[in-house]
Design a protein around this ligand. Structure first.
Ligand code: HEC
Ligand code: HEC
Length: 211
């Protein structure tokens, strides 16, 4: 009898887990769902299954540095990253993620193959963006983007990967850094973005997308 009861409890527990189906769940409020499952079942709607987003409205996450993704998700969760699209899309999504889920999501994206964009757009723009990226504009006090983001735009730790990122998103974020306080880790970029013209932004964005 005792054994039967135990067996029933066991089966009930198994069934409960079975129903929640942790391998397929997109429940962003359940701490038991592993980060990679969330990435593939929920985040994929906008960012793509492997973090390559087909729509330029959504940033690519594939190959993004781990430390940077942990920081951004933590800042969406605490509402300290408050640029409008972040507020609109990511606050609700990050609200109940646990530290472990955030760490595992970041590790998942860091090991995906980064987006390879076909160089499209104005070649003159891409060339001008290349120059800005690798040498900056010393006479205007603008440092080379590569000095922080890496020679190949690959990023490192808190410096995000830019290579292959959607140009629309890059321009949008450069404006956020230049004009707002919406990104809490933004001071370094605010100093850089301060001197950028709209042309510079469009050029740099075309270049990084083509990298
Ligand atoms: C409904 C669409 C949508 C879903 C679903 C979504 N995101 Fe996002 N995400 C966005 C948008 C839009 C942005 C850009 C926000 C901005 O411009 O500030 C973004 C930004 C991000 C960023 C910052 C990227 C960067 O380069 O700074 C990270 C990290 C991120 N999302 C992770 C996730 C994770 C992890 C999930 C799933 C748990 C997820 N997102 C689900 C729309 C979405
Ligand atoms: C002094 C170091 C430094 C230099 C130089 C620099 N950046 Fe950054 N950049 C950063 C840091 C740090 C961040 C992350 C800020 C954050 O976490 O909010 C960043 C973030 C960004 C982002 C947002 C990425 C995303 O996924 O949301 C873009 C776009 C960007 N930089 C473009 C540039 C461009 C273009 C240049 C050259 C004109 C440049 N950066 C030069 C340090 C730098």
């Amino acid at each position: 009898m005792k054994i039967l009861t135990l067996a029933l409890i066991g089966a009930a527990a198994w069934l409960t887990v079975g129903c929640a189906n942790p391998e397929r769940s997109r429940d962003l409020g359940n701490p038991a769902i592993p980060g990679p499952v969330l990435a593939q079942q929920a985040c994929s709607m906008c960012h793509g299954v492997t973090g390559v987003a087909t729509s330029p409205n959504f940033p690519n996450l594939a190959g993004q540095t781990e430390g940077y993704v942990v920081a951004q998700l933590t800042e969406f969760r605490s509402h300290s990253r408050e640029d409008p699209a972040g507020f609109e899309y990511m606050w609700g999504i990050a609200r109940r993620l646990t530290d472990t889920q955030i760490k595992d999501l970041a590790a998942y994206y860091a090991k995906q193959v980064p987006a390879h964009q076909t160089p499209e757009g104005d070649p003159a723009r891409i060339d001008a963006g290349h120059a800005l990226f690798t040498t900056g504009a010393p006479t205007r006090g603008i440092p080379a983007c590569s000095s922080c983001h890496g020679d190949h735009g690959q990023g490192l730790a808190a410096f995000p990967r830019l290579a292959g990122q959607h140009s629309d998103y890059v321009v949008k974020q450069l404006r956020v850094f230049q004009r707002t306080e919406g990104r809490p880790d933004g001071p370094a970029m605010k100093a850089v973005a301060h001197g950028l013209t709209a042309e510079d932004m469009a050029n740099a964005a075309s270049f990084v997308q083509s990298m």
